[in-house]
Design a protein around this ligand. Structure first.
Ligand code: CP
Length: 304
């Protein structure tokens, strides 16, 4: 039985195969409509979500399966003091696979140690969000037709941004990848990502707080939200929340085939006047999230 807690739980070959299957799903939806007949997905969300929970549910329904679960901890027996470990053992008796989001880093890993069914980490604190990364990889592949030879700008909250950490980890496996890390000094990428991923794999990167400095070199620009829920101090959040606002003027020097991504939700960091730009791919990215999760559910349930 396989769990996906970290993007590192999937080999490069497995990721490439998931992308291939997701692309086939996009073109042949009917072929997959009964692949998970009789199977049940449980979505256990101890932290708010729109895209991840609903795309998992939509994915399972599109495969012919069924969905159970909860969308907030207060409506489960966790509010009475039940542990994550006990909750997982119980839900494993009612479902074939579990997607779980939790504010505490490591909670899905703890769950996987007790689970009798596959666990998918749907986001744990500021740590990891592997299915967002699979979504990002599928989007980049669909838009650029490759995952190598890319200069990728990551902008915003690089300190707490779990999607950024997972994406750097995944992209570092591909050839000739270069990162431009754009953040205020308070939200720079953690040292362990630099040491264990970037330096270890000899990945070229530079750091700046100026979103326009390397704009003309980027193939992908990955914007992120400054996450209020990760700050201990409201004043710091207020000071940093509008540090970057991508608008048409800031894109003046950008390549014609730049791909602009954002895991969403957006607050202010991309002006709505960018939404109509052909380079804005963040709403397509949302749709791709459903297809890659369909591919992942099938893989973990060992559906042919
Ligand atoms: N991208 C993402 O994880 O969105 P949600 O928080 O809405 O699930």
């Amino acid at each position: 039985m396989k769990h996906v807690i970290d993007i590192k739980d999937l080999s490069t070959e497995e990721i490439d195969e998931l992308i291939k299957v997701a692309k086939d799903i996009i073109n042949n939806k009917e072929k997959y409509a009964h692949k998970c007949d009789g199977k049940q997905l449980a979505t256990l969300f101890f932290e708010p979500s729109t895209r991840t929970r609903l795309s998992f549910e939509s994915a399972m329904l599109a495969l012919g399966g069924e969905v159970i679960g909860f969308s907030e901890a207060s409506s489960s027996s966790v509010s009475k003091g039940e542990s994550v470990a006990d909750t997982i053992r119980v839900v494993g008796a009612y479902s074939d696979i579990i997607a779980m989001r939790h504010p505490k880093e490591g909670a899905p890993l703890v769950a996987s140690l007790k689970s009798v069914v596959p666990i998918i980490n749907a986001g744990d604190g500021g740590h990891n969000h592997p299915t967002q990364t699979l979504t990002d990889l599928l989007t980049i592949h669909c838009e650029k037709n490759r995952l190598d030879n890319l200069t990728i700008g990551l902008c915003g909250d690089l300190k707490f941004g779990r999607t950024v950490h997972s994406l750097i980890t995944a992209m570092s496996r591909y050839k000739n990848i270069r990162f431009v890390l754009i953040s205020p000094k308070e939200l720079v990428i953690p040292e362990y990502i630099k040491r264990n991923i970037l330096d270890k794999n000899n990945i070229e990167y530079c750091e700046t707080n100026d979103i326009e400095e390397y704009m003309d070199q980027l193939d992908v620009l990955y914007m992120t939200r400054v996450q209020k829920e990760r700050f201990f101090n409201e004043d710091d959040y207020v000071r940093l929340k509008d540090y970057y606002i991508l608008n048409k003027e800031k894109l003046e020097k950008a390549k014609e085939d730049l791909v602009i991504l954002h895991p969403l939700p957006r607050v202010n960091e991309i002006s709505t006047d960018v939404d109509d730009d052909k380079r804005a791919c963040y709403f397509k990215q949302v749709e791709y999230g459903k297809y890659i999760r369909m591919a992942l559910i099938m893989k973990l349930l060992e559906v042919e």
